[in-house]
Design a protein around this ligand. Sequence first.
Ligand SMILES: C[S@@+](CC[C@H](N)C(=O)[O-])C[C@H]1O[C@@H](n2cnc3c(N)ncnc32)[C@H](O)[C@@H]1O
Length: 362
Amino acid sequence: MLAELFRQSARDCAGASPLTSTLLAAASADLDSGGPTRRVMANAERARAGDVPALRFAAAVHRVVLEGRAPALAAHYPTVGGSPELGALWADARGVVEEHADELRALVDTTTVQTNEPGRSGPLFGGLHTATALAAAAAGRRTPFPVRLLEVGASGGLNLRPHRIAYLHGDRVFGDPGSPLRLDTGWSGEPDGDLDRPLRLVGRGGCDPNPVDVSTVDGRQHLLSFVWPDQRERWTRLGAALDLAAVDPVPVRRAPASEWLGEQLARPERDVLTVVWHSVVWQYASAAERAAGRAVLASAAERATAAAPLALLVFEPRRGHDPALPHEFQLLLKLWPAGRSLRLGAGGPHGTPFTWESAPWV
Ligand SMILES: C[S@@+](CC[C@H](N)C(=O)[O-])C[C@H]1O[C@@H](n2cnc3c(N)ncnc32)[C@H](O)[C@@H]1O
């Protein structure tokens, strides 16, 4: 039942976002009592848990706040300079839900939960250094390979600029120290490879069945609205990543992974390391799509040579060593034709903090 899904989402985000949790708990009671939330959610009454209707509701309300059309509620939202007063939140939210019910319903009906986490560029950056160094060693090259980066499930493409970010690690800065995006990596340990050597990207591209065009106001607002409003670090990071995307646009093609990869991997490219990358994507693809993606990759792996190597680098939730935790977010690397298969580390869902290691991926 819908109100129960709202209560579940309220519990799930209580630690990370007290504001979202309070909003959703109050909205669940409002659903029970037939208040304005019911009008907003009229077309989502039979939603499945996987559609996370409550998070779509919270994002729609956030969007109205971001657009400056809910001044009383804005006073609670740190993303527009407010400061949450949880006890008074619903009193101010209810009026907004009532006044904007039709528009909120349209937003809830037409959006899926869509995020793009630039913090995941931290594991990507380190993983690329390791991959280029290992591929070079396997090919007998003295210098690391330049990279052709192919991202599936790229969303707004915000992780397609790993060479243009300043990565802060203790008192050191890797990557591009002048970047508007300064990523506090939260690293324990370091990846293999010479991190002071610039990463050379000679090609970049991404695909997503539901891409977000971050060159438009609508696309930017869409991604911003899905950040929980009291998560300031995540908000700042996303804003800086959008600024970076504005000066270095990379289009994301509307296509599922297998179709797009089939085109991109049709011919091996010499003197570059082709890297297929995805983060927190695989669980959203259907079983058929995953099988098709694996088949495309396997056939490209057969064609890879020491001079035209191929890598798969992924940051995805998997069962970890600690049985008390349901899963952890692991960085995994496969390299062809070198035949390497490594677990490079694990970290928080948004890519930071992150602990580097190097162990077989089995
Ligand atoms: C949680 S988001 C992660 C976005 C991005 N990779 C990141 O780490 O910020 C999951 C993304 O996977 C995309 N997706 C779902 N099914 C897909 C498929 N079959 N092929 C490629 N991407 C897919 C969704 O559209 C969505 O943008």
